[in-house]
Design a protein. Structure first.
Lengths: 243, 116, 463
């Protein structure tokens, strides 16, 4: 009975969604025509929002990667919220699993190849992660993938060191400091410029590492934060005492 | 009518959403339900990225010699949505671990999540 | 008067929540005072912003220094200011009930601050996707809070909530994507100005997507299967916090969507239908419950349905009623959840517990002179003027059902020997909440004036 209802509902959802999106007349281009007037302050823009991002991001933010410009600068407040979602999840997970920590018996002896290879590639993993979040305004990537790559290094460590966890306290301090610096960079915008998260640094030479104002700074903070948060999540899921 | 190259993508992502919904409603195993919810999310993300596609457009990273870029906004939105999905999945797995420790099973009681 | 940027309501709690683990390393005892100080700071900021809005009208803030729709806009309207003040003023009072406990986890306090900030964010934002992000913070924090009791019930409730919440947020994303696909914008004002260029089918679909998604958080009918389980699994204090923060933010979001985003006649009818179903089913289910917490959870569902009915009447007086009902529900439900921890026979023999609980029950079932009465009165007057007699009968029927099970609930508490369950700080918290209820009920004009302005603004399609 439950299965029958489930099949009926999901088939209905499939038909409705597929029909709606395939026949939708949403414009395939992102122009809105010449009569577009910004409704809020009668600013005569004549450009739709994505057009303005594509045309002005170089002038406004100095970021070569337009998606980064949107994520960190134009819609930076969303990203602060996004970091907070991850932080909230990591905190909730620590509440759920924190007190269940126990010493795991060595169930499986780690593979010799894994042990040796980890020692060799771990520094490179960290370097690649750092490279990705430092160059977030120039290349695809940024703080989130960079942090996730660093956390994959942590995962390797946890696989090799079967009876040990990660330095939980240090991770927690890193996480706090990175999160606070993100919020502080934003709040400084209220003091040094007019608005929260507004850029108050020079945008530099387009296409170089030291450019795009506060974007690299924010991405570095996010990289540290995501790396230490995901590391903490892995540590809590493994559930080992801190030595 | 949308651009015809996108039609199979829209159909596929709608199918992913429907498959995920079916599994969420009919399964009792917690891990399967978590995976199913992830499938729904993936379908939605693919759909959103596809909606930003422009025929002939390229990735929105300025390189000076290519004039046509795809719409960057859906990509930024999906980036946010992916991170949120990861957080929720991690938390759901933690709940699954806790449930297993309390009950010794990862099967929900009779009705699954459909019980009102 | 000083004017403050509304972003501080969100940025400060986030910053201080990030700082909290470091405070915990220095001194474990300081954390609860620290959290209280942060919550009180937020109360002060929201009070200043409320007064500013009353004086000068809507406050706009263009984040990142880009004019909207390019950047994100925060817009604090009358309704947003009332709800921001409500959430931020009640959060420290509910937090007060934790003061008697020996153990107070820093992680819990962090999530408490974050959920307060994000519920506030939902009511003051002017951007669709930003609202989604705040929804997710609220939801993820709530999942953690529900599961934090670590019983089988808590895990089941939290898991159900997580699954429904994930599906819901996927549907919110679909709705956002549909609107963005047609209009290429995410700003509320921009959407409201150009929504008519969208074909009607697309408008209806995006409305359905969004109401499915937000309905999970706002406890609407077919999507609220998680509510009783989650409320039963969560601790009473967490349930109290839910009824003032996340659920209010959810119903605000639906009201905002109804009026500024997708103003369709079909949308209003659909919302009215959903609201009535939620009301009747919630109240009838509450009548069947033995466990007081589960009963209160179902009663909460019914109340949310009534608020949605009031919003979908689409008239200024009904909006005013809805605002009164929201204030009454936030105050009285958090009072009742706090006051019924370990509820058993003889709890109400203690006058310090019985007094506030009586006041809360009277306000919920709509007795004068409490805010719940004013809400139901304005709503029924408006319905009578417009001849919605069938709806009036349904609402009166629901109110009678409500009266029956609350009478049974009170009766049970007054029987037998006196028993003491609540700590002193919990009694302090429910006394303060009851005092606020009495004050709002005695002097409704102080809420009525801003509520009428909020209603007028909503009718005009504003925030």
């Amino acid at each position: 009975m439950r299965k029958a209802i489930a099949i009926i509902i999901s088939v209905a959802v499939f038909v409705i969604l597929a029909y709606f999106f395939v026949t939708s007349s949403a414009p395939i281009n992102y122009t809105t025509g010449g009569d577009y007037v910004n409704p809020i302050n009668d600013h005569q823009a004549n450009q739709s929002v994505p057009q303005q991002y594509l045309n002005d991001s170089r002038k406004d933010t100095g970021s070569q990667n337009v998606v980064t410009a949107i994520v960190v600068e134009y819609r930076g407040f969303d990203t602060l919220g996004e970091v907070t979602v991850l932080f909230t999840a990591a905190t909730g997970l620590a509440i759920l699993l924190g007190e269940y920590k126990r010493r795991i018996e060595k169930a499986v002896e780690p593979n010799f190849v894994t042990q040796v290879a980890t020692v060799i590639i771990l520094p490179f993993i960290v370097i690649v992660g750092a490279y990705i979040f430092i160059h977030g305004h120039l290349t695809p990537g940024g703080g989130f993938p960079g942090g996730a790559i660093i956390a994959s290094g942590f995962l390797l460590l946890l696989l090799v060191e079967t009876n040990r966890g990660l330095p939980e306290k240090k991770l927690s301090i890193t996480e706090s400091l990175a999160g606070m610096s993100y919020a502080l960079i934003g709040l400084l915008g209220l003091v040094l410029a007019n608005e929260f998260l507004e850029n108050y640094l020079p945008t530099g030479i387009f296409g170089t590492v030291f450019s795009a104002g506060i974007i690299p700074l924010i991405y570095i903070a996010i990289g540290f934060k995501v790396g230490s948060e995901l590391g903490g999540i892995l540590h809590n899921i493994k559930g080992v005492h801190e030595e | 009518m949308t651009y015809e190259l996108l039609v199979p993508i829209f159909i596929m992502s709608s199918a992913l959403i429907a498959i995920g919904l079916y599994a969420v409603m009919s399964k009792k195993n917690i891990l399967k339900i978590i995976l199913a919810a992830d499938i729904v999310e993936t379908g939605v993300n693919i759909l959103i990225v596809a909606m930003g596609y422009l025929p002939g457009g390229t990735a929105p990273i300025e390189n000076g010699n290519y004039p046509l870029y795809v719409d960057p906004v859906p990509q930024a939105l999906v980036l946010t949505a992916i991170v949120i999905g990861v957080s929720v999945t991690a938390l759901a797995l933690a709940v699954a671990m806790g449930y297993y420790r309390k009950t010794g099973t990862i099967e929900l009681d009779k009705e699954g999540v459909m019980k009102w | 008067m000083v004017s403050l940027p509304p972003v501080l309501l969100i940025a400060f709690p986030l910053f201080f929540a990030f700082l909290a683990p470091l405070i915990n390393m220095v001194s474990k005892k300081a954390v609860k005072y620290y959290t209280m100080a942060v919550l009180l700071l937020n109360t002060a900021i929201s009070l200043i912003i409320f007064l500013n809005v009353l004086e000068h009208g809507v406050i706009y803030e263009e984040l990142s220094g880009f004019y909207p729709p390019v950047g994100i806009l925060l817009s604090v309207g009358y309704l947003g200011a009332i709800l921001a003040l409500l959430i931020n003023a009640l959060a420290p009072i509910v937090y007060l009930s934790y003061f008697g406990d020996a153990e107070n986890s820093v992680k819990f306090s962090m999530i408490y601050m974050l959920v307060t900030a994000s519920s506030t964010g939902i009511v003051i934002t002017g951007d669709l996707f930003n609202m989604f992000v705040f929804f997710e913070i609220t939801a993820v924090g709530s999942y953690g809070l529900v599961a934090s009791m670590r019983t089988k019930k808590a895990y089941e409730g939290a898991f159900k909530y997580i699954v429904l919440g994930t599906i819901g947020s996927s549907f919110i994303l679909l709705g956002i994507a549909t609107i963005y696909g047609y209009l290429k914008t995410l700003n509320f004002y921009d959407i409201a100005a150009r929504i008519n260029t969208m074909p009607e089918s697309a408008r209806l679909m995006s409305f359905i997507f969004l109401i499915i998604g937000i309905g999970v958080e706002a406890e609407l009918f077919p999507l609220n299967g998680w509510v009783p389980d989650a409320y039963e699994g969560a601790s009473n204090r967490v349930a109290a916090f839910f009824s003032l923060g996340p659920s209010k933010a959810g119903i605000y979001a639906i009201a905002r969507l109804l009026f500024t985003l997708v103003p369709l006649v079909k949308g209003f009818n659909l919302a009215m239908l959903l609201g009535l179903l939620t009301l009747v089913i919630g109240e009838l289910a509450a009548l069947r419950q033995k466990d007081p917490k589960r009963m209160l959870a179902y009663s909460s569902i019914g109340q949310m349905g009534l608020i949605l009915v009031a919003f979908s009447m689409h008239s200024a007086l009904a909006f005013t009623a809805a605002i009164f009902l929201m204030v009454s529900h936030a105050l009285a439900k958090s009072l009742l959840f706090l006051g019924t921890r370990g509820y058993k026979e003889g709890v109400l023999r203690n006058p310090w517990v019985a007094g506030p609980i009586f006041i809360g029950v009277l306000s919920i079932i709509g007795m004068p002179p409490f805010p719940g009465f004013w809400g139901k009165w304005y709503l029924l007057v408006n319905m009578a003027q417009r001849g919605f007699w069938a709806v009036i009968l349904l609402i009166i029927f629901a109110a009678i059902v409500e009266g029956v099970y609350y009478a049974r609930f009170l009766h049970r508490g007054t029987e037998g020997e006196e028993s003491k369950v609540l700590t002193r700080s919990e009694i302090a918290a429910i006394t303060i909440l009851a005092l606020i209820l009495v004050l709002v009920g005695m002097f409704p004009q102080y809420l009525y004036t801003p509520a009428v302005k909020a209603a007028a603004a909503l009718m005009g399609g504003g925030p």
